[in-house]
Design a protein around this ligand. Structure first.
Ligand SMILES: Nc1ncnc2c1ncn2[C@@H]1O[C@H](COP(=O)(O)OP(=O)(O)O)[C@@H](O)[C@H]1O
Ligand SMILES: [Mg+2]
Length: 443
């Protein structure tokens, strides 16, 4: 499983030919970093690499995140994502992995991803977390019971079970808001609200009693008695009308209508974004190359799309378990991300960073192309096995030399479209040298 990058340039100058390969059985992971100014051939390089990767055996699935629509690979299974297509992603698919998966993890990832696109306030975040957790419970997935994180379990024998969708989330959130706005549309909720009001009044009167001193105020005492009777009645009503046992909890969790309303709006906007649909994309399962045409999505939507899709792929790979020793080097999925600056965040929990660090164990390779060394996250830069430099603006040379621990003079040997610099970290090597590679002319 290797791709040919070109010829060793130094040896060529001595009339010797030696092909330079990126050998996925030898490098420490299947991640690649491609760096080059605009027009230096990043997309072209990716296309050529994909053509070679698709011939790997056993064939990994290659996922191309195409933001410009210029990585069209002949014969790939291509799906276009936009507001008007009926398929998309489901952000609420739970991984059943006891350690890495689960409802809480999924909820955190969901919030982190939408926060990355547009941050939400901390009160909104708390309400959103409660909403999603309750939505999961309503669908038979319980945060504290890992056995419930699968579709087939005891719960499923009584109720048909499926992952909640974005539509469900919107409906669920709106339902909660409706309950709050009409003073809870359940009798118990209303009784609870009245009880609260009466108790507050009683408290005020008891304070007035204390203030007026020893002399009892007949009128106040009478009023307090009446209120106490009311309170008892409402308390009785409340208990008699409890339906789910969750009323008090809800009352506290979703206390502010304004906050809940803004969360409902956020869900509605997410639903309208054209990323989340109930129908999964109709990729051809027998085709090794899946081309995600996301040109029609807005920039923040592209980011969310890629993050959610990578999370899905990572979860699926974890579900299959770590690649076993006897399959060492097995590649399940390779993700190709051009214009990667759109997707990097220096956040520990960002999925690109997680895959950079953990992906190899689960058979995942991540190939990211962007313009400057500052575009890539620290995690990606320090983990990626293969770095390819196509030509970087001089203002970034110092930065690059420091990050890659190479000699500054080597940068001068890079000649756009002719000679590129490649650094590969192979198993067992303590140092990886920076090799100049003559690339083939574009056909
Ligand atoms: N190795 C190469 N030899 C000759 N021309 C190339 C080579 N690589 C890329 N090009 C040309 O350079 C232009 C920019 O390439 P592209 O891959 O789109 O760059 P980038 O993605 O870095 O902006 C294209 O016209 C492409 O055909
Ligand atoms: Mg490009």
């Amino acid at each position: 499983m290797k791709i040919e990058l070109g010829q060793d340039d130094y040896l060529l100058s001595k009339n010797q030919t030696q092909s330079i390969y990126c050998d996925f059985d030898v490098v420490v992971n299947a991640h690649m970093l491609i760096m080059g100014k605009t027009g230096m051939g990043k997309t072209t390089f990716l296309r050529r690499a994909i053509q070679q990767m698709r011939r790997f055996s056993p064939a990994p699935r290659i996922h191309i995140m195409d933001v410009h629509g210029d990585i069209d690979i002949h014969g790939a299974s291509s799906v276009r994502f936009s507001e008007s297509t009926e398929y998309g992603l489901n952000p609420f698919v739970v991984s059943a992995d006891r350690h890495f998966g689960g409802v809480r993890k999924r909820t955190q990832d969901f919030i982190a991803t939408i926060n990355g696109a547009r941050p939400i306030g901390s009160r909104q975040e708390a309400v959103m977390r409660h909403l999603i957790t309750d939505l999961y419970s309503a669908n038979g997935f319980f945060a504290d019971n890992y056995k419930s994180w699968v579709l087939e379990d005891g719960y499923a024998r009584k109720h048909p079970k499926r992952y909640p969708s974005m539509d469900d989330a919107c409906r669920f959130a709106f339902g909660k808001l409706k309950q709050l706005i009409i003073g809870s549309d359940t009798k118990s909720g209303r009784a609870l609200e009245e009880l609260n009001k009466v108790t507050t009044k009683l408290y005020r009167i008891s304070k007035q009693h204390a203030a007026t001193g020893a002399k009892a105020d007949g009128e106040l005492t009478e009023k307090a008695m009446d209120l106490r009777t009311d309170a008892l009645r409402f308390y009785k009503d409340y208990i008699e009308n409890l339906e789910t046992g969750k009323e008090l909890e809800d009352f506290i969790k979703y206390e502010s209508k304004e906050v809940l309303k803004s969360v409902v709006e956020r869900f509605d906007n997410l639903k309208a974004s054209g990323i989340f649909k109930n129908q999964s994309p109709p990729f051809d399962p027998s085709n090794p190359v899946w081309h995600y045409d996301i040109t029609a999505l807005r920039e923040d939507e592209k980011r969310m799309f890629v993050e959610f899709r990578l999370q899905e792929l990572f979860s699926a790979a974890m579900e299959k378990g770590p690649v076993r020793r006897e399959q060492e080097g097995l590649l399940r999925d390779i993700m190709i991300i051009d214009e990667a600056h759109l997707f990097f965040r220096d956040d520990q929990n960002n999925i690109i960073n997680t895959i950079a660090k953990e992906g190899r164990k689960f058979g995942l390779g991540l190939v990211c192309a962007s313009q400057s060394p500052t575009h890539f996250s620290e995690d990606f830069f320090s983990n990626v096995a293969t770095k390819v430099v196509l030509g970087v603006d001089q203002m970034y040379w110092d930065n690059l030399v420091r990050k890659m621990k190479i000699e500054a003079k080597l940068m001068q040997y890079i000649r756009p479209f002719h000679v590129i610099g490649v650094q590969m970290s192979n198993k067992g090597d303590t140092r990886s040298k920076f090799t100049m590679v003559r690339v083939p002319k574009e056909q």
